[in-house]
Design a protein around this ligand. Structure first.
Ligand code: IPE
Ligand code: IPE
Ligand code: MG
Length: 247
Protein backbone atom coordinates (compact mmCIF):
# COMPACT_ATOMS: atom_id res chain seq x y z
CA UNK A 1 0.00 0.00 0.00
CA UNK A 2 2.72 2.43 1.08
CA UNK A 3 4.83 1.49 -1.90
CA UNK A 4 1.95 2.24 -4.24
CA UNK A 5 1.49 5.69 -2.74
CA UNK A 6 5.20 6.46 -2.96
CA UNK A 7 5.30 5.44 -6.60
CA UNK A 8 2.36 7.69 -7.30
CA UNK A 9 4.26 10.72 -6.06
CA UNK A 10 7.40 9.66 -7.91
CA UNK A 11 5.40 9.40 -11.12
CA UNK A 12 4.28 12.99 -10.79
CA UNK A 13 7.84 14.32 -10.97
CA UNK A 14 9.01 15.44 -14.37
CA UNK A 15 12.62 14.27 -14.38
CA UNK A 16 13.43 16.47 -17.36
CA UNK A 17 12.57 19.62 -15.38
CA UNK A 18 14.32 19.11 -12.07
CA UNK A 19 15.76 22.10 -10.24
CA UNK A 20 19.44 22.41 -11.18
CA UNK A 21 20.40 23.58 -7.72
CA UNK A 22 18.48 23.13 -4.47
CA UNK A 23 19.25 25.11 -1.33
CA UNK A 24 18.20 23.68 2.02
CA UNK A 25 17.86 25.60 5.28
CA UNK A 26 17.82 22.65 7.65
CA UNK A 27 16.00 24.22 10.58
CA UNK A 28 14.27 22.82 13.65
CA UNK A 29 16.79 20.38 15.13
CA UNK A 30 16.63 22.03 18.56
CA UNK A 31 12.82 21.99 18.69
CA UNK A 32 12.77 18.37 17.52
CA UNK A 33 14.97 17.40 20.48
CA UNK A 34 13.05 19.56 22.96
CA UNK A 35 9.77 17.90 22.00
CA UNK A 36 11.31 14.57 22.97
CA UNK A 37 12.92 15.81 26.19
CA UNK A 38 16.37 15.35 24.65
CA UNK A 39 19.36 17.71 24.55
CA UNK A 40 19.62 19.93 21.43
CA UNK A 41 22.67 17.89 20.39
CA UNK A 42 20.39 14.87 19.81
CA UNK A 43 18.43 16.98 17.33
CA UNK A 44 21.58 17.93 15.46
CA UNK A 45 22.67 14.32 15.29
CA UNK A 46 19.24 13.23 13.95
CA UNK A 47 19.42 16.14 11.48
CA UNK A 48 22.73 14.86 10.13
CA UNK A 49 21.12 11.46 9.42
CA UNK A 50 18.28 13.18 7.54
CA UNK A 51 20.82 15.11 5.51
CA UNK A 52 22.55 11.94 4.33
CA UNK A 53 19.23 10.48 3.15
CA UNK A 54 18.19 13.64 1.33
CA UNK A 55 21.52 14.11 -0.45
CA UNK A 56 21.55 10.48 -1.51
CA UNK A 57 18.04 10.85 -2.95
CA UNK A 58 18.81 14.14 -4.74
CA UNK A 59 21.83 12.47 -6.30
CA UNK A 60 19.76 9.45 -7.37
CA UNK A 61 17.18 11.77 -8.91
CA UNK A 62 19.84 13.45 -11.01
CA UNK A 63 19.92 16.86 -9.32
CA UNK A 64 23.33 18.41 -9.96
CA UNK A 65 23.82 20.81 -7.02
CA UNK A 66 22.62 21.05 -3.44
CA UNK A 67 23.68 23.66 -0.90
CA UNK A 68 22.86 22.86 2.71
CA UNK A 69 23.00 25.42 5.49
CA UNK A 70 24.89 23.70 8.30
CA UNK A 71 26.29 26.58 10.38
CA UNK A 72 25.77 30.30 9.86
CA UNK A 73 28.14 33.16 10.70
CA UNK A 74 25.54 34.08 13.35
CA UNK A 75 25.42 30.61 14.93
CA UNK A 76 28.55 31.40 17.00
CA UNK A 77 26.12 33.23 19.31
CA UNK A 78 24.93 29.86 20.63
CA UNK A 79 26.23 28.32 23.87
CA UNK A 80 29.79 27.03 23.55
CA UNK A 81 28.84 23.41 24.19
CA UNK A 82 26.31 23.49 21.31
CA UNK A 83 28.85 25.11 18.96
CA UNK A 84 31.48 22.53 19.97
CA UNK A 85 29.00 19.72 19.40
CA UNK A 86 28.10 21.04 15.94
CA UNK A 87 31.74 21.43 14.92
CA UNK A 88 32.48 17.90 16.07
CA UNK A 89 29.41 16.58 14.25
CA UNK A 90 30.49 18.31 11.04
CA UNK A 91 33.98 16.88 11.38
CA UNK A 92 32.56 13.36 11.76
CA UNK A 93 30.10 13.96 8.94
CA UNK A 94 32.96 14.83 6.60
CA UNK A 95 35.04 11.84 7.75
CA UNK A 96 32.10 9.47 7.31
CA UNK A 97 31.33 10.92 3.91
CA UNK A 98 34.53 9.43 2.58
CA UNK A 99 32.93 6.03 3.16
CA UNK A 100 29.31 6.82 2.37
CA UNK A 101 28.55 9.82 0.14
CA UNK A 102 31.89 9.73 -1.68
CA UNK A 103 31.15 6.12 -2.63
CA UNK A 104 27.92 7.42 -4.13
CA UNK A 105 29.88 9.69 -6.44
CA UNK A 106 29.05 12.91 -4.51
CA UNK A 107 31.39 15.91 -4.79
CA UNK A 108 31.65 17.64 -1.40
CA UNK A 109 32.67 21.27 -0.98
CA UNK A 110 32.52 23.65 1.96
CA UNK A 111 31.44 27.24 1.44
CA UNK A 112 31.93 29.95 4.04
CA UNK A 113 34.68 31.60 6.02
CA UNK A 114 36.78 28.54 6.72
CA UNK A 115 39.74 30.49 8.14
CA UNK A 116 37.74 30.92 11.36
CA UNK A 117 37.27 27.16 11.82
CA UNK A 118 39.67 25.01 13.85
CA UNK A 119 42.82 23.91 11.98
CA UNK A 120 41.67 20.28 12.34
CA UNK A 121 38.33 21.00 10.69
CA UNK A 122 40.04 23.03 7.95
CA UNK A 123 42.33 20.06 7.27
CA UNK A 124 39.40 17.65 7.15
CA UNK A 125 37.54 19.93 4.71
CA UNK A 126 40.58 20.01 2.43
CA UNK A 127 40.90 16.23 2.65
CA UNK A 128 37.23 15.59 1.86
CA UNK A 129 37.21 18.07 -1.01
CA UNK A 130 40.33 16.47 -2.46
CA UNK A 131 38.94 12.96 -1.93
CA UNK A 132 35.69 13.71 -3.79
CA UNK A 133 36.81 16.20 -6.42
CA UNK A 134 36.91 13.70 -9.30
CA UNK A 135 33.43 12.35 -8.60
CA UNK A 136 30.80 13.09 -11.20
CA UNK A 137 27.52 13.04 -9.27
CA UNK A 138 25.80 15.80 -7.34
CA UNK A 139 27.90 18.65 -5.92
CA UNK A 140 27.05 19.18 -2.27
CA UNK A 141 28.05 22.56 -0.88
CA UNK A 142 28.10 22.49 2.89
CA UNK A 143 27.55 26.06 4.07
CA UNK A 144 29.73 26.10 7.15
CA UNK A 145 30.44 29.38 8.91
CA UNK A 146 28.58 30.79 5.94
CA UNK A 147 26.79 34.13 5.81
CA UNK A 148 25.70 35.85 2.61
CA UNK A 149 26.67 39.28 3.90
CA UNK A 150 30.19 38.06 4.73
CA UNK A 151 30.36 36.49 1.26
CA UNK A 152 29.36 39.79 -0.38
CA UNK A 153 31.78 41.82 1.75
CA UNK A 154 34.55 39.43 0.77
CA UNK A 155 33.62 39.77 -2.92
CA UNK A 156 33.54 43.58 -2.61
CA UNK A 157 37.03 43.59 -1.06
CA UNK A 158 38.44 41.34 -3.79
CA UNK A 159 36.91 43.43 -6.57
CA UNK A 160 38.07 46.68 -4.94
CA UNK A 161 41.63 45.40 -4.69
CA UNK A 162 41.57 44.33 -8.35
CA UNK A 163 40.45 47.88 -9.22
CA UNK A 164 43.16 49.47 -7.07
CA UNK A 165 45.79 47.28 -8.75
CA UNK A 166 44.38 48.25 -12.16
CA UNK A 167 43.57 44.63 -13.01
CA UNK A 168 40.03 45.75 -13.73
CA UNK A 169 38.29 48.99 -14.55
CA UNK A 170 35.48 50.21 -12.28
CA UNK A 171 33.20 50.42 -15.35
CA UNK A 172 33.65 46.69 -15.91
CA UNK A 173 32.04 45.78 -12.57
CA UNK A 174 28.73 44.08 -13.28
CA UNK A 175 26.56 41.39 -11.74
CA UNK A 176 28.44 38.57 -13.48
CA UNK A 177 31.66 39.84 -11.93
CA UNK A 178 30.07 39.86 -8.49
CA UNK A 179 28.72 36.33 -8.99
CA UNK A 180 32.18 35.17 -10.02
CA UNK A 181 33.62 36.36 -6.70
CA UNK A 182 31.18 34.38 -4.58
CA UNK A 183 31.79 30.95 -3.05
CA UNK A 184 29.33 29.49 -5.57
CA UNK A 185 31.15 30.78 -8.64
CA UNK A 186 30.88 28.40 -11.62
CA UNK A 187 27.61 27.00 -10.23
CA UNK A 188 24.06 27.83 -11.28
CA UNK A 189 22.04 29.93 -8.83
CA UNK A 190 19.71 27.87 -6.66
CA UNK A 191 16.36 27.70 -8.45
CA UNK A 192 14.68 26.19 -5.40
CA UNK A 193 15.16 26.80 -1.66
CA UNK A 194 13.53 24.65 1.01
CA UNK A 195 13.25 25.70 4.66
CA UNK A 196 11.82 23.43 7.32
CA UNK A 197 10.42 24.16 10.82
CA UNK A 198 7.81 26.78 9.90
CA UNK A 199 10.21 29.74 9.85
CA UNK A 200 9.80 31.78 6.67
CA UNK A 201 13.01 33.74 6.24
CA UNK A 202 16.40 33.35 4.59
CA UNK A 203 18.56 34.01 7.68
CA UNK A 204 21.50 35.28 5.61
CA UNK A 205 21.51 32.29 3.21
CA UNK A 206 22.60 32.86 -0.43
CA UNK A 207 21.07 36.36 -0.55
CA UNK A 208 22.59 37.28 -3.92
CA UNK A 209 22.07 33.88 -5.53
CA UNK A 210 18.45 33.64 -4.30
CA UNK A 211 17.29 36.66 -6.33
CA UNK A 212 14.90 34.48 -8.36
CA UNK A 213 14.79 31.29 -6.31
CA UNK A 214 11.44 29.68 -5.65
CA UNK A 215 11.00 29.44 -1.88
CA UNK A 216 9.29 26.48 -0.23
CA UNK A 217 8.47 26.33 3.46
CA UNK A 218 7.10 23.48 5.55
CA UNK A 219 6.25 23.04 9.22
CA UNK A 220 8.08 19.76 9.65
CA UNK A 221 11.23 19.94 11.76
CA UNK A 222 14.37 19.01 9.82
CA UNK A 223 15.00 15.60 11.46
CA UNK A 224 11.43 14.60 10.44
CA UNK A 225 11.85 15.66 6.80
CA UNK A 226 11.51 12.64 4.50
CA UNK A 227 12.23 11.66 0.91
CA UNK A 228 8.48 11.86 0.33
CA UNK A 229 8.51 15.50 1.54
CA UNK A 230 11.36 16.18 -0.87
CA UNK A 231 9.37 14.69 -3.74
CA UNK A 232 6.29 16.74 -2.77
CA UNK A 233 8.35 19.92 -2.70
CA UNK A 234 9.75 19.24 -6.16
CA UNK A 235 6.27 18.65 -7.57
CA UNK A 236 5.25 22.04 -6.11
CA UNK A 237 8.33 23.62 -7.69
CA UNK A 238 7.39 22.16 -11.06
CA UNK A 239 3.91 23.65 -10.78
CA UNK A 240 5.18 27.19 -10.20
CA UNK A 241 5.18 29.79 -12.92
CA UNK A 242 8.63 31.34 -13.01
CA UNK A 243 8.64 34.69 -14.78
CA UNK A 244 11.97 36.36 -13.94
CA UNK A 245 10.32 39.74 -14.35
CA UNK A 246 8.87 38.91 -17.75
CA UNK A 247 5.29 38.04 -18.57
C1 IPE B 1 19.11 24.03 12.64
O1 IPE B 1 18.39 23.72 13.77
C2 IPE B 1 20.56 23.65 12.73
C3 IPE B 1 21.48 24.77 12.97
C4 IPE B 1 21.18 26.02 12.99
C5 IPE B 1 22.87 24.41 13.18
P1 IPE B 1 18.31 24.70 15.00
O2 IPE B 1 19.40 24.35 15.96
O3 IPE B 1 18.28 26.11 14.57
O4 IPE B 1 16.93 24.26 15.62
P2 IPE B 1 15.83 25.21 16.25
O5 IPE B 1 15.51 26.26 15.22
O6 IPE B 1 16.42 25.81 17.48
O7 IPE B 1 14.68 24.30 16.53
C1 IPE C 1 19.60 29.12 9.93
O1 IPE C 1 18.91 28.68 11.04
C2 IPE C 1 20.97 28.51 9.93
C3 IPE C 1 21.04 27.08 9.72
C4 IPE C 1 20.06 26.28 9.42
C5 IPE C 1 22.37 26.53 9.83
P1 IPE C 1 18.85 29.51 12.40
O2 IPE C 1 18.03 28.70 13.32
O3 IPE C 1 20.22 29.88 12.84
O4 IPE C 1 18.10 30.85 11.94
P2 IPE C 1 17.24 31.88 12.76
O5 IPE C 1 18.08 32.32 13.92
O6 IPE C 1 16.00 31.18 13.21
O7 IPE C 1 16.92 32.97 11.79
MG1 MG D 1 16.77 27.38 14.07
Amino acid sequence: MFRLKKNKINNMIDYTRLPAHIGVIMDGNGRWAKKRGLPRSAGHSAGADTLKKIVTECNKMGIKYITVYAFSTENWKRPKDEVDYLMNLLMNYLKDSEKTLAGENVIIKAIGLREELSPQLQDQIKKTEEFTKNNTGITMNIALNYGAREELVRAAKQIASEAVENIINIDEINSDMISSHLYTKDQPDPDFIIRTSGEERLSNFLLWQAAYSELWFCDKLWPDFTIKDLHKSIIDFQNRNRRFGGV
